[in-house]
Design a protein. Structure first.
Length: 108
């Protein structure tokens, strides 16, 4: 699962850059990022797409969110699953921020 999380973060940064930058030159280049995990994920393709959607939403990658939302919607045919997954992801992210101390900040 760590490999999946690492890949998703890597791709989010890469595609977010391509989405934000106003230079079409970068669209012509190959990513050069090894993505073999995506071809046969251990957790199954559907769950991996759903996980990818939630991670992309948390990381703020619009291009990735749109791509994964379409893939999940195509496979599941339910927007409720998508909505509830995003809602759960937002709660988990909020709890992480609330309970994980920031470096250099003392608790209490």
């Amino acid at each position: 699962m760590h490999a999946s999380a690492s890949l998703l973060l890597t791709l989010n940064v890469y595609y977010r850059f391509r989405h934000f930058v106003d230079n079409k030159y970068y669209d012509t280049l190959q990513a050069g990022i090894k993505m073999t995990i995506m071809a046969g994920p251990v957790v199954g393709k559907m769950f991996f797409e759903l996980l990818s959607l939630v991670v992309s939403a948390v990381n703020g990658c619009q291009m990735c969110v749109n791509s994964h939302e379409q893939a999940v919607h195509h496979k599941s045919r339910t927007q409720e699953l998508i909505f509830n997954s995003i809602r759960l992801g937002s709660i988990v992210k909020g709890l992480c921020v609330a309970f994980v101390p920031l470096p250099g900040v003392s608790a209490g």
